[in-house]
Design a protein around this ligand. Structure first.
Ligand code: 6CS
Length: 317
């Protein structure tokens, strides 16, 4: 049989590395019974369209990042809340790997929309790029920042005073080039591979949010697999959790060097004091999240906060 796996990113991306390794492991462990076909971004549709193809069973596997999926599964927008993740990326990775909250109540929220959550993976710290430096909330006044389409992301940037503009990924480069937007936010590897740095003057590192992406499958397809194949998928997920953590770390570090070598973009790391101004403004957005998602969402938010704290203290099991 053939399993189709669609990506929200192009060849050479973190999602591509994940899917390539997924393909190798699945094909080997199924003894050649299963062939995995990978569809990079641009071949099947936008992130939102990929999720629909999973929901209606046209596709078997896809990446679904919370920044887009929030329109369908509001609860997943907890992953878009600024300054919620730990500063310690190993702690973040531990939570994403084994979180009782993510693979419990959050997975239930996916399931209510006919999506089965298989994995939640880190892709690195998000950075702002702009045609002006973004050190303070004042710098964001009237700034047209492209965001992914989840409603909470718009709230997050409105809280800083910006004018957020949701757009599909494929439209970002030309919108920056044509100046219909002033900036955007993405992890470093993506800013390099999508060439955004070529049309931007500043690259700002606020460490306000990790980019994470979920791997989803169609529940009816999954239920139709025999127990052995389901167990194989779980083993593959666990192996890939460790692999992808290293990939995203390396890609983000290497490609920052590529950006430095190929452009004169100014790179700005925000100080703790500068970050604190954004942190303070981001906190009311957590209340908006709870308003949007009710008790279920509140439980997810609290669960994750506890898990990040436990992981930071080395007490996450
Ligand atoms: O900004 C976006 O829309 C996209 N960014 C990344 C790094 N992956 C997928 C997502 O759709």
């Amino acid at each position: 049989q053939q399993w189709r796996f669609a990506l929200e990113e192009i060849d050479g991306s973190v999602q591509d590395a994940y899917a390539q390794r997924f393909k190798a492991l699945v094909e080997e462990r199924s003894g050649g019974d299963i062939e995995v076909l990978i569809y990079p971004y641009g071949t099947l549709g936008t992130s939102a369209q990929l999720s629909e193809l999973i929901q209606n069973g046209t596709l078997e596997f896809a990446f679904a990042s919370p920044g887009h999926l929030g329109s369908v599964v509001p609860e997943v927008q907890v992953m878009n809340l600024h300054f919620l993740f730990s500063e310690d990326n190993e702690a973040n990775a531990e939570v994403l790997r084994d979180s009782p909250t993510i693979y419990g109540p959050l997975a239930d929220a996916y399931m209510r929309r006919n999506l089965k959550l298989l994995a939640m993976i880190p892709e690195g710290w998000m950075a702002w790029t702009g045609n002006r430096p973004l050190r303070t909330p004042e710098d964001f006044q009237g700034f047209r920042i492209r965001t992914m389409v989840s409603p909470l992301l718009l709230e997050a940037y409105r809280a800083y005073g910006a004018n957020p503009a949701p757009l599909p990924y494929a439209e970002v480069y030309s919108a920056l080039q044509l100046n219909t937007i002033d900036g955007q936010v993405n992890p470093i590897f993506a800013i390099e591979e999508m060439s955004f740095y070529e049309v931007q003057d500043y690259l700002v590192m606020p460490r306000h949010l990790q980019f994470v992406a979920s791997v989803v499958t169609n529940p009816q397809f999954y239920d139709g697999l025999d127990a052995e194949t389901q167990a194989m998928l779980q083993d593959v997920k666990e192996e890939l959790d460790d692999y992808i953590f290293q990939v995203q770390r390396d890609y983000n570090a290497e490609r920052l060097n590529v950006i430095r070598e190929n452009s004169d973009i100014e790179i700005i790391e925000l100080s703790e004091e500068e970050r604190e101004a954004f942190h303070a403004l981001s906190l009311p957005v957590r209340e908006r999240y709870v308003e949007m998602t009710g008790e279920q969402g509140e439980r997810i938010l609290e669960g994750l906060q506890e898990e990040f704290a436990a992981a930071e203290a080395g007490e996450f099991v």
